[in-house]
Design a protein around this ligand. Sequence first.
Ligand code: ZN
Ligand code: ZN
Length: 371
Amino acid sequence: MPTTHAPTADRLDRAQRAVAEAGWQALLVSAGTDMRYLTGYNAHASERLTCLVVPAQGAPLLVVPVLEAPMVEAAGTTTALHAWSETDDPFAVVAAHLREIGAPGTVGIGNRMWAEHVRQLTSATEATWELAGPLMAQLRMRKDDAEAAALLRAGQAIDRVHARMAEWLLPGRNEREVGKDIAEAIVAEGHEHAEFIIVGSGPNAASPHHLLSDRVIGAGDMVVVDIGGVTEDGYCSDSTRTYLVGGQPTTEMLDFYAVLQAAQDAACLAVTPGVTAEAVDATAREIIAEAGYGPNFIHRTGHGIGLDVHEDPYIVSGNDLPLEPGMAFSVEPGIYFAGRFGARIEDIVICTADGVARLNVGTRDLVTLGS
Ligand code: ZN
Ligand code: ZN
């Protein structure tokens, strides 16, 4: 449900400057993390339009369904409101406001606005439309001190869940049962809700985005546990550890796991201002490839994190963005053997003025449980 944390006041100012610099007439964002970032209002996305209009000049306007206006006030949002009634046309309201701002120009539109809203907005106005994703990424990518502290609290909360894994991750239980316990612990340890839970056991450990299944965890299984939640202030956690359940690892498992651990560690330590996102990816990838597991590392090394679990910057080949202090992202290489087993290690890190801070600090060893 919507919560009540007004952001620092300068965010809308920065957004307006960015809109002006882009030569846009306005920026429109609908319910979601862009709106929460800019106003503190965590709107519920639905068929009823909630839309923040950020003009290059002049006062921003938040267009909301009248039945949700009390929640905007409860969130401490100071943006001017236009509360529309059930029989009003909110798209006409936005269009009229754009006409008041000036002649039809370019309007940036949030990447996550629902297509049904985009269709109605584009037919109600004369504007030229651009995706606002890159502009919003520029605003959100460098975390300020309060955001870094919020991400650290989220990281510590998910570390506490991993530290309790021996309570639940046992041979004879199925992934779904374990996942249910983890979901409760994610909330109990300091999140507002669990965002995702991956318990990939045995061959499922080789499927990086596996979630949960009825598979019963067997003795000697490697189990990838990749979990995250959202704290009350909206910031996300995301951490993966791989466990060996109910037995001892084989030599083959230990060998590839040691390579993975070295690669993840080296990639974390490579983070410093000026190093590119793709160089961090290459650091992990080269170590894994040199050991002969290159084809088994089938995804990018990481993703930015903040109010969204996945946001800019992406740690991937082709992204030559130089890292800057405040950029927060995951470092999560994996090695997977389809149909057999796999492993991943994931920490959230923040680029600092002179290097890197790791927000997840629990052991990255292959921990043996239940034997
Ligand atoms: Zn993850
Ligand atoms: Zn991740």
